[in-house]
Design a protein. Sequence first.
Length: 88
Amino acid sequence: HMWVLQTSDNNSRRVVAVFANRKVADEWWHAVLNAPPILSNNMQRISPQVYNYNGSVCQISLFFKEPQFQSVADKFRGRMFLTGEIDK
């Protein structure tokens, strides 16, 4: 799994991404790097298990719902899931 932390404010919850295996996690990150700018320009890898995203521009919790993420998200259906973590 990995933590995806929102950087635009300190009041939003973090997201936990769970992958089928390490290979899928690596594949996901490479897909994000080559994704449309709405995703690729707003995600930052801090470490293999910690990522930041700009929540004022892109909501990673909507990865499987938003049309702008579809080109990447469809490749990962059934191989990963995202869940919100309430930490405040």
